[in-house]
Design a protein around this ligand. Structure first.
Ligand code: ADP
Ligand code: MG
Length: 339
């Protein structure tokens, strides 16, 4: 008899996990910005070079990490955000899988500087090939700076399959905007190859939308508000003239997390019935707050799909509240007297 099964070494397991979590530079951006949000800071700065292929750097002024935590943060399934299985059903943070940094470190060169407010000195750690290459004390401001260089340097096939810089930058901007829209109380900036693409001051939801999509957007927003036992809805839908042939500005946030939901999208379309010509798509920025226990976020590694306990009720509430808002703001079907 010969035994042939082996437990894979960590760096191989991490590389496999990375295949799911990190598809492209934008995935790294999402994970790092979400960590920065979870760290509770008030300012997050994103800097990229060559569409993130050369460098992705996220700085925050959040709570930072201790020397030991800075090392542990790169271990797989190492997280400060959950402790036990029950916590999975009551998630209040963006992260919880403890996989992102380990995955990223398996497929890129990573450097992290961090300092906690009550520490005098920070720590700087360099990771090469999933392993700590060096860790030293360093002078740095409160919070954390993570730099990810040479993404997919060790997976040529992935690197070669990356799209053009303009396409990859577009994906990064999408991720950046999603988090920025979800957290208007945090300042965000984005620089690409030294050029400033976004500088977003701390503000409210409406102004954040306007700051991202332009001053003309303001007059086109119709507020939506509803509160029931199941869900609290706030946000805006665009007046019909704000709608587009292509799927433009369509954003659902559930407990401040951007999600994709064809089902809820259908509810919005249903509310717009009769108002949109030529198969146009309505714009919307809708923020849903639900009891964390009533959703399951853990169905996909990137967490953009979630499962609701009572999807049908949610659909009905969403549709009727949007209809109501459109009615209140006199957005009614144009009367057609020609017979
Ligand atoms: P997760 O976010 O799922 O916990 P990550 O691999 O993204 O997993 O991060 C691992 C841990 O590292 C986090 O739980 C957190 O404690 C710490 N961490 C990561 N990024 C930051 C940051 N920007 N500021 C403070 N702590 C961080
Ligand atoms: Mg994370």
């Amino acid at each position: 008899m010969t035994d042939i099964i082996q437990v894979l070494p960590d760096h191989v397991a991490n590389q496999i996990a990375a295949g799911e979590v990190v598809q492209r530079p934008a995935s790294v951006v999402k994970e790092l910005i979400e960590n920065a949000v979870d760290a509770g800071g008030t300012r997050i700065d994103l800097l990229i070079k060559d569409a993130g292929k050369t460098l992705i750097q996220v700085s925050d002024n959040g709570k930072g990490m201790s020397e030991t935590d800075a090392r542990l943060s790169f271990e797989r399934h190492a997280t400060s955000k959950i402790k036990m299985a029950e916590d999975l059903f009551d998630l209040k943070t963006k992260g919880f899988r403890g996989e992102a940094l380990a995955s990223i470190a398996a497929i890129a060169h990573v450097e992290l500087k961090t300092k906690q407010t009550d520490s005098e000195i920070g720590t700087q750690i360099k990771i090469q090939g999933s392993k700590v290459a060096s860790q030293e004390p360093c002078v740095t401001s409160n919070g954390t700076v993570v730099s990810v260089k040479n993404l997919f340097y060790n997976i040529p096939a992935r690197r070669n399959f990356l799209k053009s810089n303009s396409v990859e930058t577009r994906h990064i901007i999408d991720e950046f905007q999603r988090v920025a829209l979800a957290h208007p109380q945090i300042s965000f900036s984005l620089h690409h190859n030294g050029n400033e693409l976004f500088q977003l001051p701390e503000t409210n939801h409406r102004q954040r939308i306007v700051n991202i999509f332009g001053a003309k957007t303001n007059e086109k927003l119709v507020p939506v508000e509803e509160e029931t036992d199941l869900v609290k809805i706030t946000g805006f839908v665009g007046k019909p003239e704000f709608s587009k042939r292509t799927r433009g500005e369509q954003f659902f946030f559930v407990n401040n997390r951007y999600i994709k939901s064809p089902y809820l999208n259908h509810a919005v379309n249903a509310a717009f019935e009769g108002l949109l010509k030529d198969k146009k798509n309505p714009a919307y920025f809708l923020y849903l707050s639900v009891d964390p226990k009533s959703i399951d976020i853990n169905i996909h590694p990137t967490k953009t799909e979630i499962k609701f306990d009572d999807e049908h009720a949610l659909y009905a509430i969403l549709r009727s509240s949007i209809k109501h808002s459109l009615g209140q703001f006199n957005v009614a079907p144009v009367l057609d007297f020609e017979r």
